[in-house]
Write a protein that binds this ligand. Structure first.
Ligand SMILES: Cc1cc2nc3c(=O)[nH]c(=O)nc-3n(C[C@H](O)[C@H](O)[C@H](O)COP(=O)(O)OP(=O)(O)OC[C@H]3O[C@@H](n4cnc5c(N)ncnc54)[C@H](O)[C@@H]3O)c2cc1C
Length: 425
């Protein structure tokens, strides 16, 4: 099928917003493909409040937040195709892109749209990623799987849980397990600082008296058929190795893992889209265009965001630019100026700026700065572009650099890069 202007893969917050953006920009035929039975992405299982404070100035649950966007998308004329899995994406000899899809009613189809938006989100790192010794009994889940069981399918994973990792989903699930009558023995984090937002530490752990152990990890799993307990130990922050003599047995029947999220990019890799080695997402410019000109990307498939509001904003931008590309109205120099991270920057996106629009560069740092500091963006030739003072900066919380299109456009050809960083003030 070649009549599709913009094809979006994934009907989560990024994909649905991309659909709205594409239709608003004038794309005639906009289709969102979703492998699940309904649109909404991961937000379908996030039934706690706290979404949409910025976008709607209201405190909504995940499904309520998504309902508003899905309604807007339907009203805008976006076509949704659920139960449709995209299993392959490739490039035609003329540079256009095609995808192979599978759906029970429609069978296997090849679609060749004018532009594509990748909005496949991310998945959780599983137990295999951290290789804990011991047996593999029942009772070990990623926090997101447990969230789906409890919030959507009505099953409790267990009665006494240990949570490994302090990513936001783990913190939210610690509170959820308490609400459902389970006991949470503690949350264990190998790093010296929390992986999730401070807000979630306060609201999900402190408010419920759940102990939080930094520089501590699970070193062994016990149990045959069902989990019977785990050994936890303090670690040496310099070597990340367990400290002998600090081991402690913790009885539990459930271990929930919140040890990181990985952007879901098997399709992108298959199609030869350049993937950033640190973010794990496509390399994009400020128009959210990837290294393959007809392919755009937004949301957690690019970089794991803290706030869904940012995901929706980025989805709108990707959809708008995909529609411009489909209409032959996008001729920007994709990689006009590369962005580089300073010493304390772990990852950031986008990696290039064109100066075609005002841009927010999202970044995470490697080490916390617990005191006055500043976010800066300067060119390699010393032009100061941005400075914002902060009271602190932490790896678990995303920081932003905002650049005006005019600032970037005015830069001369002697500028080779823009360097972003967070430094003590
Ligand atoms: C397990 C989990 C739990 C979370 N819980 C919270 C929370 O409680 N609170 C919070 O603030 N944030 C939470 N988040 C973060 C939140 O999910 C993101 O902010 C937001 O959902 C990202 O939106 P997205 O559209 O990029 O991705 P997603 O919401 O993940 O949507 C991606 C969509 O793409 C579809 N898809 C993927 N591959 C294909 C394919 N090949 N073919 C067709 N469809 C495909 C997926 O089925 C999915 O519907 C959670 C994230 C995860 C992974």
């Amino acid at each position: 099928m070649k009549d599709i202007d913009v094809l979006i893969i994934g009907a989560g917050p990024a994909g649905v917003a991309a659909g709205i953006g594409a239709r608003r920009e004038g794309a005639e035929h906009v289709v969102i493909l979703e492998r699940d039975w309904d649109a909404g992405g991961i937000l379908q299982q996030c039934i706690h409040p706290g979404f949409g404070l910025r976008t709607f100035r209201e405190e909504l649950t995940g499904p309520e937040y998504m309902h508003r966007f899905i309604k807007q998308a339907h009203e805008a004329g976006v076509e949704f195709r659920q139960n449709t899995m995209v299993f392959e994406m490739d490039e035609n000899p003329d540079g256009s892109m095609g995808v192979w899809t599978m759906n029970k009613e429609r069978g296997i189809e090849r679609l060749e749209p004018k532009a594509i938006v990748l909005a496949m989100g991310c998945r959780e790192r599983p137990l295999g990623a951290i290789r804990i010794p011991g047996s593999r009994p029942a009772g070990i889940y990623t926090a997101g799987t447990a969230q789906r069981f409890v919030n959507m399918e009505g099953h409790m994973p267990g009665k006494k849980a240990v949570i490994l990792g302090s990513g936001d989903i783990g913190l939210i699930m610690a509170r959820r397990m308490i609400w459902e009558g389970a006991e949470v023995e503690g949350v264990y984090e190998v790093m010296s600082w929390p992986g999730g937002l401070r807000r979630n530490i306060a609201q999900c752990l402190d408010d419920y008296g759940i102990p939080f152990h930094l520089e501590t990890t699970v070193t062994k799993i016990h149990g045959k058929d069902r989990l019977e307990g785990v050994t936890v130990a303090k670690i040496d922050p310099a070597t990340r190795a367990p400290i002998a003599g600090t081991e402690r047995f913790v009885e539990c029947d459930t271990l929930l893992l919140a040890i990181g999220l990985i952007p879901e990019n098997e399709l992108s890799r298959m199609a030869g889209v350049e993937i950033h080695p640190v973010t794990g997402g496509p390399v994009v410019n400020d128009l959210l265009q990837t290294s393959k000109a007809p392919v755009f990307a937004a949301g957690n498939v690019v970089i794991v965001y803290d706030l869904v509001d940012n995901v929706s904003d980025e989805g709108l931008i990707a959809g708008t630019n995909a529609a411009k590309f489909a209409a032959g109205k996008l001729n920007a120099d994709m990689r006009r100026i590369p962005v580089k991270g300073g010493d304390n920057v772990r990852l950031f996106s986008p990696q290039y700026v064109t100066g075609e629009r005002d841009v927010t560069i999202f970044m995470r740092i490697t080490h916390p700065i617990e005191g006055a500091c500043k976010v800066v963006a300067n060119t390699d030739t010393g032009v100061k572009l941005y400075m914002q003072r902060l009271r602190y900066a932490r790896p678990g919380e995303m920081n932003e650099v905002r650049l005006k299109a005019e600032q970037v456009k005015e830069l001369g050809s002697d500028v080779n890069s823009i360097i972003i960083d967070i430094q003590p003030a």
